[in-house]
Ligand binder design. Structure first.
Ligand code: NAP
Length: 344
């Protein structure tokens, strides 16, 4: 049995981790932390967990975590995990951070975009936890930086096109996200009366996921790759749709591109390439760890249009984190994650 701790257990990704892990036969949830609900059982805070998890929420205490856990998920705001990483690793506890602390190869980039500071950052080694691309290094990692939600949808959508060299180095990513992407703390712009029946762009040309996407695309592309990225808030609870526009280098048929994508993901359980002429919808992956990708060519501008959907709380966060845990502990990668999407 893998003994698990979840820090930030009362947040949206924390609760989603508990939902998924409650169905995982090889896992025991041993430790849950929160900031404002300590002393309560998680099933009394969120009734969706009634009868599934009776663990009491505690104040974060690193010694207790080390004693009771083999792996810790940090579902905290960015900037907290990095300060406990060294101690956890030295004590043999693996760490999967759902925040951004361990997503960057270069601390300078992280500091510039997130404004964090820490002198321990450089002293711990970690890997970027996108299993479909980095599975081999995740296997032996002590620390995994779980990817952001928008980057997961974008990188999975773009990887085959970049790897095969069919597109130019000029990529436009237009993404739409559900409101749960912003977490459970109240924010004025996320209130029902303000976001219902409305769609709006935010953080245009300055969203923090830009450097993360560029870091990973540059590795796939073997050259410095920049993106234009515009996220939008949409009136739905979960889901991300990323539509990506890429100029094709040469004349190539949609059948050939479809073949490139199908081949690239042929052994992947969680990525499904839709048939030619089919377009994905967030509803088709709701509550699941799947990523659906649709492809189209706009002939008159010679542009490849890639459409990628995920559930931001599952493949975009907690499901992917459990996928990483399975890989790190030698468990079947899809264990606990074979949920059929909720429809309608
Ligand atoms: N939401 C998504 O779709 C998504 C996707 C990918 C990655 N992420 C990342 O995952 C992390 C968690 O996101 P979330 O959406 O679950 O956030 P959230 O709903 O706001 O939850 C944050 C959690 O952290 C706890 N917390 C906040 N400040 C704390 C502090 N100073 N000390 C200890 N605990 C503290 C909160 O406790 P209380 O409940 O007591 O307030 C809560 O349990 C973030 O880094 C986020 O960027 C989120």
């Amino acid at each position: 049995m893998v003994r698990v701790g979840i820090l930030g257990a009362t947040g949206y990704t924390g609760v989603e981790l508990i939902r998924i892990l409650s169905n995982h036969e090889d896992v025991q949830i041993k430790y849950l932390s929160s900031q404002n609900f300590n002393g309560k059982k998680i099933e009394d805070v969120y009734h969706s967990l009634k009868g599934f998890c009776k663990v009491e929420l505690q104040e974060l205490n690193i010694d207790d975590i080390v004693e009771s856990c083999d792996v810790v998920f940090t579902a905290l705001p960015s900037g907290y995990a990095m300060n406990m990483a060294e101690k956890l690793c030295k004590s043999g506890v693996k760490l999967i951070d759902l925040g951004a602390d361990f997503r960057f190869d270069d601390f300078k980039t992280y500091k510039e975009w997130y404004g964090v500071s820490s002198d321990v950052y450089g002293s711990v080694s970690r890997v970027y936890g996108l299993p479909e691309i980095h599975r081999d290094v995740i296997k032996n990692a002590m620390i995994v930086g779980n990817p952001g939600c928008y980057p997961t949808s974008a990188i999975l959508g773009l990887a085959p096109a970049l790897k095969s060299g069919i597109i130019e180095n000029h990529i436009i990513i237009d993404s739409k996200s559900g409101v749960s992407g912003a977490g459970h703390s109240p924010k004025q712009g996320n209130m029902y009366a303000e976001c219902n029946e409305s769609i709006k762009p935010y953080n245009v040309a300055k969203h923090r996921h830009i450097p993360e996407i560029e870091q990973e695309l540059s590795k796939l592309n073997h050259e410095d790759t920049k993106v234009v990225f515009t996220p939008h808030l949409t009136p739905m609870t979960r889901g991300i749709l990323s539509t990506m526009y890429c100029r094709l280098k040469k004349d190539i048929s949609i059948e050939s591109i479809h073949e490139i994508y199908s081949e690239f993901y042929k052994d992947e359980y969680f990525v499904k390439i839709l048939d030619i002429g089919e377009y994905p919808s967030t509803k088709s992956v709701y509550g699941s760890n799947f990523c659906h990708i649709g492809l189209e060519i706009d002939r008159h501008s010679n542009t490849l249009i890639i459409m990628s959907v995920i559930d931001n709380l599952v493949k975009g966060a907690s499901g992917q984190a459990v996928q990483n845990m399975n890989i790190m502990f030698g468990i079947n990668e899809a264990k606990g994650l074979k949920m059929v999407p909720v429809f309608p």
